[in-house]
Design a protein around this ligand. Structure first.
Ligand SMILES: [Zn+2]
Length: 90
């Protein structure tokens, strides 16, 4: 849902129509899909929240459990934001 909401907030054009298993659905350009995934992750796990979690020495599994996101998403945000490095550097 955060991913789809991101498409709306970022005003992406849902122009392409693709078919998966006989079901047509609208989609965006690949670069806009990437933007929606990145922004969706930011909506679910904003940086200040991640910094707080890392200061409590939580890893992706604990973050996922506490904030109700998949461990995959928690790990993606944990790694791409560099929060662990930022906290360790202090
Ligand atoms: Zn999308």
């Amino acid at each position: 849902m955060a991913h789809e909401l991101s498409h709306l907030v970022l005003k992406h054009d849902l122009t392409e129509i693709r078919e998966v298993n006989g079901m047509p659905f609208r989609t965006c350009r690949p670069d806009e899909e990437e933007q929606a995934t990145a922004f969706g992750g930011t909506l679910m796990l904003p940086r200040p929240l991640l910094l707080g979690a890392v200061r409590r020495q939580w890893g992706p599994a604990q973050i996922a459990e506490h904030y109700g996101v998949t461990e995959e998403m928690a790990r993606y945000r944990y790694n791409t934001t560099g929060v662990a490095k930022q906290v360790r550097g202090r």
